[in-house]
Each structure stands twice: as structure tokens, then as C-alpha cells.
Design a protein around this ligand. Sequence first.
Ligand code: GLN
Length: 477
Amino acid sequence: MLAQEIAKRVRSGETTPSEVLAAYLARVERLEPQLHAFIRLNPRALEEARRVEGRLAAGEALPLAGVPVALKDNICTRGLETTCASRVLASFVPPYDATVVERLRQAGAVVLGKTNMDEFAMGSSTEYSAFGPTRNPWDPERVPGGTSGGSAAAVAADLAPVALGTDTGGSVRQPAAFCGVYGFKPTYGRISRYGVVATASSLDQVGTLARTVADLALLTDVVSGPDPRDSTSLEAEPRFAQALGAPVGGLTVGVIKEALAEGNSPGVLEALERFRAVMEGRGVRFVEVSVPTLRYALAAYYIVNTAEISSNLARYDGTLYGLRVPGEDSVETMMRTREKGFGPEARRRILMGTFVLSAGYYAAYYGRALRARARLKADMEAAFAQADLLLTPTSPTPAFRLGEKTGDPLAMYLADVDTVAVNLVGLPAMSLPAGFEGALPVGLQLVAPPLRDELLFSLAQAFEEATGGQFARQALP
Ligand code: GLN
């Protein structure tokens, strides 16, 4: 079901939050064994659904009344384990809710469970989870994308109508594309990160996933907006639902030529052409734009990302959180805990990040990456002087096979070629379902200028409406 419909039917008394929850739990029970989208369900969900019933009876207006939501397992939930799919946090129970969770509960949503991800949000396939991979609901031999692969698979298969993920370099958009759902990453600062476990702090944002633009807007309106507890939060009020139905005629979309230069599969190029033809029919103008420094984005991203990870992950040392493997003294305890607690990709990033920040190499790597980041920002600004929005593939290919890239870290990093630039510059972007290649969904990425997030929703909805929503079908009906 769709979130909008659920909330409406619950508010009108046609159904109750407990009934909705029961229906979803039955579906999870049936499909979860083949998908493994969740790390854990919320054992108190029914209790929470009943509480929403009480609030409805008391006359509270609840925009997400009785809507079950799936949360990526790096978003803190009070009293419910939050593991980041890592052994090092396997038993960590947060003492508080993240702001986004607080806002969801306030709006009447029911936390259904915590979704699978790559350990500490490092990866592109959800295969780097300490709890085993998630499978793509469109093809069980393929990955759902990552790192929010559990959230995307859950929404695609309607194990939950909507979900939250996080996006550091594409982790909401790329799984959304691979699973055929909408995935939105806001302007840096528009959704609070209070209570969200840090991966790379200058890049991380919470993002939203849904099967229609209207559901995406409903969810995004609830979770975004200023938060005094997050110092990077911006003073911008959410107006996502209001952006739906806005006229798009006269807008200019800039197709980034460097993103089309090579390596895109036929279904991706076909989706781009179709998008262009459909939207031209609605009065949107298309131009070619150039972002010359885009080709440095991936290299700069993997330096900035690993540098920040090496610093953020220093806190998992057996002292304050999660796993503790005792040794002879504190140093040995730290070493044992970290050796046991982190998987191979986390280790690789900590090592790379420590290296690029080290005294002898700082200027050559981290310093240069920051300069590339500044140039990229300038190039993006220049592109936005020619176009209201930018367009690229979300990923050069549809979902790849399980095991296809796990033996080759560089090949896995290359899967992010279209998504990381947006995070380096802090821009808002959305992946929208725009086609199929065989049985596999294909996504396109729209990018907007800072704080123009709502524009993405207007254009995506115009495309959805013009194509009758045919590219955002539910998997496993
Ligand atoms: N795949 C990218 C990485 O591994 C992005 C991950 C993310 O957005 N969390 O860093």
C-alpha cells in the first residue's frame, strides 16, 4: 500500500494502525526469508501502533497515522538495537531516538524495523553487512545496491510503504535506482543528523525512499526542517508536498555531458532519451552542460570519505560503545576490539584515511582532494547558471550480481561514479525510476541547486504523471 492511502484510511477510521501493522508483518514474514531486507523487526511495534490509536481517538492530527516505516540501522532508535551492520555495535542499544525518528513518531508513524546496510555505510551493494547480504526483489541473484539496500528492497517489495536511509556518496539514490523506487538526498543540512551514526560528516545526509513522489514528499516533509540539536542544520522550512503539481513548463534541464561519455548501459541511455522526450512534451527545455572537474569527483570523494571515516570510527575502541574484547592493557583492548569488530572494508577505509591524513602525505592527498572539491563546486555553480536542474544516470548500469564486485574494491568504488559529486558539493538530488533493462529497474538522477530541493519533486512528479507511474511498479506483488 501507499503511505498516503494508509494514513487517510486510518484517519477516516476505515482501518487501524494495528491492522495495518499486522498486514505488513504478514508480508514481511512471507518475503523476508528471500530478501533479508531487515536486520531486526521492532518487538514493540504493536504497542506503538496501539498508542497511535489512542492519540487518534484523542483527536490528534497525524500526517503519518499508522504508517509503518523501515529505518536504516545507523539511525538511532531508543531501546532498539542500532548496529550499523557491524560486529563492533552488534549489541548497542541507543538511549535516545534520532531527531528524524522522534519526528516520525510525532507524526503517528510506527517503526517496523531496522534495515540492512553495508557496515557503517561503506559500500555500494549491501554485501558488506556483518549480517549477510540483502537481495534485489527484482532478481534474487542481484544486489539491491547500497548502502541503504535494505531500505530500498523493503520499499520496492512493499515490506514497508516508506523508509529512511542515509546518503554519503549515493547510498539512498543508487539502491533506489537498483530497486525501482524514488530516493531523495537533501541539501546538506535540511534533514537533521542528530542521532544518526556518523560515517563521513561533511558528506552524510539522511534521505527518504518511497514508491510515489507524493509519498516521498509526505515523508520528507515530516522528517526535514531545522533542528537546534544538529549544528549543521539549516533554517529552511520543508515545502515538499506543496511542490507537487507545480508547473514545470519553461524549466531548463542540463544534461551533464561528462556523465554520458562512456560506460553507460543501453537501458540507461534509453531511459535518458525517454525522459527527455516525455518532458519536452511538457515544455521542459534540455541543454547540454559541461562539468569538467566531474572526472576528479570519485578520487576526491574516496580521499575525503576515508579521511573522515578514520577519524569518526576512532571512537569504537571498546571503551564507550558496543563490543569490548579485553586485553592485557588498554592499548591491547583497543587493538583486539577493533580487529574483531570491523570487517575488511571498514579496515581498508580506516587505513586509507589514516594514510591520506598522515603528516608526509596530507598535502599530496587530502589537501589536493579539498582543492578538487572546491573546483567541482565552482563548476556546478557554472552549470546551474545555464540550467535549473541537472540530469545524469544514477548509476551507469542496473543492479549487478551478488559477488560480482566484492573481490575488487576499486570496481565497487566505480559504481558510485554518478552519485558522489552531489555529496562533495552538498547539493540536493533525487533518483527516479525511469525505465527497465530486461527485468531490472533503471534510475535517473536529477540534481538541483542548494535549497531548491522542492524543484526535484515538481519535475519528478510531472514525469511520474506523464508516464502513469509505470516505472515505479511494486516488486513481488
Ligand atoms: N558507495 C559509497 C561509499 O562506499 C557511498 C556510501 C554511502 O553513501 N554511504 O562510500
